[in-house]
Design a protein around this ligand. Structure first.
Ligand code: ATP
Length: 382
């Protein structure tokens, strides 16, 4: 396991103890490409960033006085550079579950490590000495392919960790430890959790769900979310049959994945939550249309309905047809029932105003009713 040269150079140039933390260490041990370089500073990340800039080794991109963090661009050579996030070692104390944590810095490195999510993410490398520091035995869990939190209150302090546990389990094909499964169950059963999500962590839950569903294995994610009953954190009562979704792993959009699990619930709550999770109005409108079209017994066979289906983007159309296969048949039948005559031709024939759309509807309905499946089955019909 070899540290990239630039990290050793960074250590040589440092004016305090610095540590590589988070995903990069995990990826280094797993011998996969390191992406994000998070550097923890024992004294002050901003003064370190300024020190590097003065020496002309790096350029400061951003600074946060509030959290005492800095983002820098480290020059590897004239035309190559790497972005790094520098943070000051801090502690986060949750005064009660779900509260926004009280932050204190600088603190001992161990305290910073203790606020992290999982043992596999708590291994750090002291760069000044190229030495591992692993107080929570993350290496062992990494070897045994286990996801485990650092303390028993972790999931209720921050329920987004439940979704992160699922993401890491899927991403690395690890198991969530039996103790953690119990802790997750307890956290989800805790009556405070809904309030925590709604009031404090809505956006963060949204961000983590987005990361989970952007992943290649959406069906696996949906399966684990359901198996662990995680949907409870959205205060909803879910009972969707996901058979169709599992057969079609290709549904990739996280918004659709999530929507499918919310279908049996009160739409007003569902869409309120979607807004909180950061869904755009474009997506919400598409999902609302799907909702209107799911109950075949309430579908009116009309040009208007056809136009609604037609206005769905491909991915959303696919979702509608997966959830309600009958709609695909109806849609295809509607497609070949479209009026052969155009509105302009009707105008030429003397139709005016509303009479034009009424006539088009009449022709459409007549075509639809007279179409006989058994007589003629165009190739595109299943
Ligand atoms: P990936 O490689 O998938 O991005 P990552 O571990 O780098 O994974 P990030 O979300 O970028 O994930 O987080 C960086 C580090 O910050 C994590 O390794 C973890 O130590 C810490 N962290 C992130 N979110 C939380 C959280 N909710 N609670 C505690 N620690 C967290």
């Amino acid at each position: 396991m070899k540290l990239p040269e630039f990290l050793l150079d960074l250590a040589k140039a440092s004016n305090q103890e610095i540590y590589l933390v988070g995903g990069a260490v995990r990826d280094l041990i797993k011998r996969i490409e390191m992406k994000d370089f998070d550097i923890l500073c024992s004294k002050n990340a901003i003064s370190f960033a300024k020190h590097l800039e003065e020496k002309n080794l790096a350029e400061i991109i951003a600074i946060s006085e509030e959290f005492c963090t800095a983002k820098i661009k480290w020059k590897i050579n004239e035309d190559k550079f790497v972005i790094m996030d520098l943070a000051t070692a801090r502690s986060e104390i949750y005064e009660y579950p779900g509260a926004l944590p009280k932050i204190k810095f600088p603190v001992l490195i161990r305290k910073d490590i203790a606020r992290r999510d999982f043992t596999i993410n708590s291994i750090v490398i002291k760069l000044n000495r190229s030495k591992f520091y692993d107080p929570f035995k993350g290496m062992k869990d990494l070897r045994n392919r286990i996801i485990r939190v650092l303390h028993s209150k972790s999931y209720i302090d921050d329920p987004t960790r439940i979704i992160r546990a699922i993401r890491f389990a899927i991403k690395f094909d690890f198991d969530i430890s039996p103790e953690d499964l119990k802790l997750i169950e307890q956290a989800l059963a805790d009556e405070r959790i809904i309030g925590i999500i709604k009031e404090v962590r809505g956006i963060r839950v949204g961000i983590e769900l987005k990361r989970l569903f952007e992943f290649d294995y959406v069906a696996k994610a949906l399966y684990l979310m359901t198996k662990l009953n995680v949907w409870n954190i959205c205060a909803l009562n879910l009972k969707i049959n996901m058979k169709n979704l599992f057969k079609h792993n290709e549904i990739k959009s996280w918004e659709i994945g999530l929507f499918c699990l919310f279908i049996d619930n009160d739409p007003s709550i569902t869409f309120e939550i979607f807004e909180k999770l950061g869904f755009t109005s474009r997506v919400i409108n598409q999902l609302k249309k799907i909702l209107l079209l799911l109950d075949v017994s309430k579908i009116e066979i009309s040009l208007k309905t056809y136009k609604i289906i037609e206005s769905l983007e491909d991915e959303f159309k696919e979702c509608l047809f997966l959830l309600q296969p009958q709609m695909k048949t109806i849609y295809n039948k509607m497609k070949i029932s479209l009026p052969e005559i155009s509105p302009e031709e009707l105008i030429n024939q003397g139709f005016k105003g509303k009479a034009i759309s009424d006539e088009l509807e009449n022709i459409f309905k007549k075509n639809y009713a007279s179409f006989n499946y058994n007589d003629e089955k165009p190739a595109f019909l299943e």
